[in-house]
Design a protein around this ligand. Structure first.
Ligand code: SAM
Length: 254
């Protein structure tokens, strides 16, 4: 491979041709689409993507990997050297919504998803590899162990489909955990920025102490009476509330 994988950049390179082609088939790239790959690394997804699209933009933080990509002189590849968490998605989507793809470094999976939530009006869809545990949280239904803030926030704005699991052996070096590929498609209608901010606040408070009831977790902000008036049991725990109930609470916040 001739590159020492850097742990701080979450470098676990895909080495399994079957997994790679399954990811590409799930994305189903179209020639003229505005495809943006996060963390191209040594090109495991980049090269097959380039066979299918007329232009591919990639965002990579590691200069050594960028130098390796540049050496290949791929004419239809546009390389952005930067931290993906600082990207302005509206400028990348100036002409067309972006299709975001990538085998994400595990340390930035959740922060990147939250950035994409804010940028969803510029996004066509997202296909990413994440820790399976994060994919489970993204898709979790009310009342399950994995259900939490991330589930509520992301489900309020995206249709989310877990596609398939990927074992550690598919990567070099192998990560310690299972991975999974997930597809997120922005809903045609979703809460506006102000309501998302309140939903974020409502979920932070409600899930604040998992063993406490809603009444206790929300005590400083909302009375038990106002919860009851909205048809929400103040004795309930956050993990039993539906997305609609969280939205009701968000709308009641001062
Ligand atoms: N796509 C390659 C593959 O599947 O083999 C590499 C995936 S590796 C899990 C993650 C890649 O993201 C690495 O190339 C790493 O350098 C890059 N990366 C890590 N943090 C990043 C950041 N904040 N912004 C952009 N790229 C980042």
């Amino acid at each position: 491979m001739n590159h020492q994988p850097r742990k701080r950049f979450g470098q676990n390179f895909l080495n399994d041709a079957q997994v790679i082609s399954r990811i590409i088939e799930s994305i189903n790239p179209g020639t003229a689409q505005n495809m943006v790959e996060v963390g191209p690394g040594l090109g495991a997804l980049t090269l097959p993507l380039l066979e299918r699209v007329s232009e591919l933009q990639v965002i990579e933080i590691d200069r050594d990997l960028i130098a390796k990509l540049q050496q290949r002189q791929l004419t239809n590849l546009v390389i952005h050297e930067r931290d993906v968490l600082t990207v302005d998605w509206s400028s990348l989507a100036a002409e067309q919504h972006v299709r975001v793809v990538g085998n994400l470094p595990y340390n930035i999976g959740t922060p990147l998803l939250l950035k994409l939530l804010d940028a969803r009006e510029h996004v066509q869809d997202v296909h990413v590899m994440l820790q399976k545990e994060v994919v489970d949280r993204l898709c979790a239904q009310t009342g399950t162990r994995a259900y939490g803030r991330l589930s509520v926030l992301m489900q309020s704005c995206f249709d989310i489909q877990a596609l398939f699991d990927v074992p550690p052996e598919a990567f070099t070096p192998p990560p310690k955990v299972q991975s999974a590929v997930v597809r997120l498609t922005p809903l045609t209608q979703s809460p506006n920025a102000e309501l998302i901010e309140k939903l974020s606040q409502a979920t932070r408070l409600a899930f604040g102490n998992k063993r406490k009831t809603l009444r206790n977790n929300l005590k400083k902000t909302l009375s038990a009476e106002s919860l009851s008036a909205a048809g929400i049991d103040p004795q309930a725990r956050a993990e039993t509330l539906t997305l609609e109930q969280f939205l009701l609470i968000a709308k009641m916040l001062p």
